[in-house]
Design a protein around this ligand. Structure first.
Ligand code: NAD
Length: 256
């Protein structure tokens, strides 16, 4: 018996990085995956990879910050597969900047994708999860929702919001058997973090410096975060809700 046999899972931001790894792992574990992203070609590539392994997935091109798109995602999942059991809110963007350097437009853009996107997907998934008799929501937050980064002020604020929303939703829907948890990864080797390193004058030096701060002396692979998401999406974590799981290789354990 695989851990998500018979389950239908929506994974947002499934065209790249952590979302792609989650979509692949969930499909290998028996889920029918609805892979969501706003980038058509890499999204099709994610789905093609899953189908080529003999597992089940479909692509849903959508912008998580758009209410009509999000309602269509949930209708598609429930309409095509008859149910929805798992939602992974993973899609996000990153915009560099100290608070005073952040434009109002950038703040609004980050808010729309990274926080309102989580709100919308959760809001419109809840009726379907309820109809399925319960389910699991996994929000990909960040350690930057727990600690600060002076150069990512708006991103930190949105990830803090995701953690707060996780706890509130867990309390609201726990009585209906819907569990809501968040994962706070440290650096993960994905295009998002590579872009961040590439913006530095010496990307290789920055990468080495960042890795040296981790107890494990390395950053994570996307598959490691995917395995944490699988735990939270499956019955293996049946008594965990409102959890904030820090998957950061020991980075935030250290004070000095
Ligand atoms: N990579 C890291 O170091 C790291 C660390 C902590 C948390 N995270 C979080 O993990 C999640 C995944 O990050 P990643 O590193 O894999 O990023 P990524 O940039 O590789 O992938 C993000 C995906 O989300 C999609 N996306 C962005 N906005 C969207 C929208 N409005 N609608 C639909 N799709 C959208 C992108 O097209 C992309 O495919 C994010 O929530 C990110 O904040 C990443």
């Amino acid at each position: 018996m695989k851990r998500l046999d018979g389950k239908v899972a929506v994974v947002t931001g499934a065209a790249s990085g952590i979302g792609r790894a989650i979509a692949c792992l969930f499909a290998r574990e028996g889920a029918r995956v609805v892979a969501v992203d706003w980038k058509p070609e890499p999204l099709e590539a994610s789905v093609a990879g899953i189908l080529a392994e003999g597992h089940q997935a479909s692509a849903c091109l959508a912008d998580v910050s758009n209410s009509e798109d999000v309602q269509r995602i949930m209708r598609t999942a429930a309409g095509t597969h008859g149910r929805l059991d798992v939602l992974v809110n993973n899609a996000a963007i990153q915009i560099l900047g100290r608070l005073d350097e952040t434009s109002e437009e950038d703040w609004d853009r980050l808010q729309a994708v990274n926080l309102k996107g989580v709100f919308l997907c959760t809001k419109y998934a809840i009726p379907e999860l309820r109809r399925a008799g319960g389910g699991a929501i996994v929000n990909i937050a960040s350690i930057l929702g727990l600690v600060g980064d002076p150069d990512l002020a708006a991103y930190c604020a949105m990830k803090g919001g995701v953690i707060a929303l996780t706890r509130a939703a867990a309390l609201s829907y726990g009585p209906e058997g819907i569990r809501v948890n968040a994962i706070c990864p440290g650096d993960v080797d994905t295009p998002m973090v590579r872009e961040y390193y590439d913006a530095a004058p010496d990307p290789a030096a920055l990468r080495a410096e960042v890795s040296s701060k981790y107890a494990l002396r390395r950053i994570a692979a996307p598959e490691e975060i995917a395995r944490t998401a699988l735990f939270l999406a499956s019955e293996d974590s049946s008594f965990i809700t409102a959890g904030v799981v820090v998957a950061d290789g020991g980075l935030t354990a250290k004070c000095y």
